[in-house]
Design a protein. Sequence first.
Length: 218
Amino acid sequence: MMSRIFRVGLLAAVALLAGCVAPPQKHLDYTAFRESKPASILVLPPLNTSVDVAASAAVLSQATRPLAESGYYVIPVGVMDETFKQNGLISPDDIHELPAVKLREIFGADAALYMTVKQYGSSYAVVSSSVTVSIDAELLDLRNGAKLWSGSKQVVHANNNSGGGLLGMLVQAMVDQIVNNLSDRSYSVAGMTNNLLLTAGQPDGLLYGPRSPRYEGQ
């Protein structure tokens, strides 16, 4: 009887341990990326599903730097924007619908970065205030439309209101919310999010471009 109880207990313990083991982490397949070897990137105006109308422009304006520092030539945002306007294209939704081969024909870039801003802005929750920026991104080959890479990143900047009692926390949270709105901290957090998402060399991140000294070793 004791032996049977011991075996049942052992099996239960093994099952419990098995349930605690984390599933293997999925890693991106970089085969298409390495075969494509993009040297130049066109950053398209991001789609915006957040409630802040300024989100797309804020993210776009800070997306080119981490790409350039990662070894890519990036089509200047001003050139991209003016070219689309001259062709009657203003909405990011319409721009994202353009065929890859057409973008290649117009700008001559090897790849295009498609981004979607999922969250952007500050929120107030009784005793705390925070700024959240969440971005999804895909890199497509403009020569054949193949997806080379995809990623997402979310950054939450929360203010610490742990001191001063409940009244102090309430007051501080309201002050932080006002400061967040007036100083547009969302813009700074968008820059952090872009850097984490688009800087090469991170786990499941972009590969280095040909202008980077790390290009050959990846």
